[in-house]
Design a protein around this ligand. Structure first.
Ligand code: R5P
Length: 340
């Protein structure tokens, strides 16, 4: 487990990075190593616990100018899984991941899988205007060139994510796990709402698990924190609504969708389920999410809890542990994958 930047032990380190503890050798020749960056140590530990693997030790040193330098122990040809979501601060966590991959390669890892539960820059999968970059492509190329042999992501913004990587990508879905939790908070007459056209497939997946109809909002984005609802497709009058999305960043999308459906007669106190809760708070007075009674997210990113929303965090550690176990033992994982 990486000691995070800022907790630098420098020349006076008291712990020597140990070898990859692994899980012994069974039907596969490489031992299983779990290594967690500083972005979300708790998730890395939970995955290790679920797999019965003691996480490998690593340190991340931060230099006065902001540079990072991780150190990992010997990895003895191990099958290494580096757990590091690239949420805020996105660029620091991304660079740390790249350096960790390189460090593992140089420390003798046999195979490296980057486990990136939340992948920053995934929304930049195309150019909206001339002169822009395609951030998702740049990030994907850099992860592969750093030495990752494979990548695991959870509910990426688009299933086209697979095509921007030069290495195999396993796109795991948290929808069944979240739908189970969401089922506890919905009524017989609830409709599932896709807050934009990009979320329709996701909403259909929830709808099929929960056996509920799907309603769609057509939105346009004005800026990073401003969206406009153009149309609501489907009947919400007098019904409870559950909004589902891949992520909540500023919350502009879910708030605009909630307002639009409540104006069309939906019952207030909506429930929202989203895989990734960035929950970047806009600087506004009053409750952050009026009209929304409860938000369910996974622990793909660290969550701090909040006094002004009812936030329920569903762990995906067992899901990621299952995916890692299957990859390690070369077992099929089709039922864990995102619907295309
Ligand atoms: C956009 O297409 C995504 O699926 C999310 O709806 C969006 O990124 C959420 O961002 P925000 O919470 O800032 O509206």
């Amino acid at each position: 487990m990486c000691d995070g930047p800022g907790r630098r032990q420098g020349a006076g380190w008291t712990r020597t990075p140990g070898p990859c503890p692994g899980k012994g050798r069974s039907d596969v020749t490489m031992s299983l190593c779990i290594l967690s960056g500083s972005a979300h140590g708790r998730l890395g530990r939970s995955i290790g616990n679920a797999l019965g693997v003691e996480p490998s030790v690593c340190y991340v040193e931060r230099f006065p100018d902001g540079e990072l330098r991780p150190t990992v122990g010997p990895l003895h040809d191990g099958d290494v899984y580096i757990v590091q979501p690239t949420g805020p601060p996105v660029n620091d966590h991304l660079v740390e991941l790249l350096l960790l991959i390189d460090a593992c390669r140089r420390a003798g890892a046999g195979r490296i899988t980057a486990v990136i539960p939340y992948l920053g820059y995934a929304r930049q999968d195309r150019r909206d205007a001339a002169g822009q970059s395609i951030g998702a492509h740049v990030v994907a190329r850099t992860i592969a060139t750093s030495g990752a042999d494979r990548v695991i992501v959870v509910d990426p913004h688009t299933s086209a994510m697979e095509t921007v990587f030069d290495v195999p990508v396993e796109m795991i879905t948290a929808v069944p796990v979240l739908a189970r939790a969401l089922g506890e908070h919905i009524a017989e007459s609830t409709v599932i709402l896709a807050p934009d056209l990009g979320a329709v497939k996701l909403a259909e997946h929830y709808g099929s698990i929960l056996e509920k109809p799907v309603v769609i909002v057509r939105k346009t984005r004005r800026s990073g924190s401003e969206v406009r609802v153009e149309e609501v497709i489907g009947d919400v009058d007098g019904r409870p609504v559950a909004i589902v999305d891949d992520m909540i960043s500023t919350g502009a999308t879910i708030q605009a969708a909630a307002k639009a459906v409540v104006e069309r007669g939906a019952l207030p106190d909506l429930v929202v389920a989203a895989t990734h809760g960035l929950l970047i708070r806009p600087p506004i007075e009053g409750p952050a999410f009026p009209l929304i009674g409860r938000i369910l997210v996974t622990d793909s990113l660290p969550q701090r809890g909040s006094s002004d929303i009812t936030l329920e965090v569903v762990s995906i550690a067992p899901l990621l542990a299952d995916a890692i176990d299957r990859l390690h033992h070369r077992r099929p994982m089709d039922d864990l994958l995102t619907r295309r």
